[in-house]
Write a protein that binds this ligand. Structure first.
Ligand code: SF4
Length: 317
């Protein structure tokens, strides 16, 4: 039996239909206190020949590729990234996009010419975890980034010609710092003006330092109601900064859902800013009212904490 290509354990939800090409393994940083994605995986860079062999296998099983995602957590650290991207592009010339995760730190500290070379070779979209725009929250979760670094990373990614997709982690400020988390994140996202903002909600995963902090009473998770208020404040602040370009805001993860008395009352917000901002605010306001009048409210994050949901971040979610 022939061995198949090496597959990555994770990819962004929006890359569900993409061909997955593993170019590195794990995360070279691996210190964010909320993240359990690569705790068991030692970081390594895959050789170009290994990647080429996988590409041949992937081509054989994919007659038509609409998009390709380079894994794992930060393909930009690969020392031969332009060659890797060129090999991917040559294998899948029909692909409309080639995308990758990247750390903000890497976007700032790699020479700009290297980013341009990767873009010229065919890498089109960067998915990066901003998580928060609040300095204290970023420091508390050991993100290894500041708002200043994030601003510079965003500027470089967009100037190099990438479509920039930033992730924000709702609830990361917990019950005490949600206002700073919302306000600072809204302001920073408005300044960076990425092409996409993707919301997902903090789920405390057993084995992570943040889960331990919650168990020891050092972190109080935001309730679903606080999280909706946080998202309203984030959106209002973002709209007030008048972003320079249209931004697509999406909640493309089920961790954002909120249920009240057994009904789904909040499935996230999805729309284009600034045009649809008021409509999205109305959705949030309706969700907040439904939560306020409900007898029982829960979301995937609170269910996970009570042990009713496991495997929330199962491989390839
Ligand atoms: S959130 Fe990203 S950068 Fe942080 S440890 Fe996880 S994979 Fe690495």
């Amino acid at each position: 039996m022939t061995a198949g290509p090496e597959l990555p354990p994770y990819r962004p939800p929006s890359e569900a239909g993409s061909v997955l090409v593993r170019v590195t393994r794990g995360c070279a940083w691996n210190r964010c206190t909320f993240c359990g994605m690569y705790k068991e995986q030692r970081f390594s860079v895959r050789k170009l020949d290994e990647i080429r062999a996988d590409l041949a296998l992937l081509r054989a099983e994919t007659p038509h590729a609409r998009s390709v995602f380079l894994a794992d957590s930060d393909a930009l650290v690969h020392p031969r990234l332009p060659d890797v991207v060129a090999a991917v592009r040559a294998t899948f010339p029909e692909a409309e996009r080639i995308t990758s995760y990247a750390r903000l730190h890497t976007l700032v500290h790699r020479p700009f010419a290297r980013l341009e070379a990767a873009r010229a070779a065919g890498l089109t979209r960067i998915h990066a975890g901003l998580e928060s725009g609040a300095p204290a929250v970023l420091a508390a979760v050991h993100k290894g980034a500041t708002p200043e670094l994030a601003r510079e990373a965003g500027r470089r990614a967009i100037e190099a010609g990438f479509t920039l997709s930033l992730y924000l982690l709702s609830g990361l400020g917990g019950e005490t710092d949600w206002e700073a988390h919302a306000r600072d994140s809204g302001r920073l996202l408005g300044e960076i003006a990425p092409h996409f903002i993707r919301l997902r909600t903090l789920v405390l995963l057993a084995g992570t330092p943040l889960h331990a902090a919650w168990k020891e009473g050092r972190f109080s998770p935001a309730t679903p109601e606080i999280r909706i208020r946080e998202t309203e404040l984030l959106l209002r602040t973002l709209l007030a900064t008048v972003p320079q370009r249209e931004i697509e805001l999406t909640s493309d993860h089920f961790s954002n859902y909120v249920y009240a008395d057994g009904e789904l009352v909040y499935g996230g917000i999805n729309g284009y800013l600034p045009e649809e901002g008021e409509t999205l605010l109305a959705t949030l306001s309706a969700a907040r009212a439904a939560v306020a009048s409900a007898r029982q409210v829960y979301d995937p994050a609170s269910l996970a904490r009570r042990g009713h949901l496991t495997g929330l971040y199962a491989p390839r979610l």
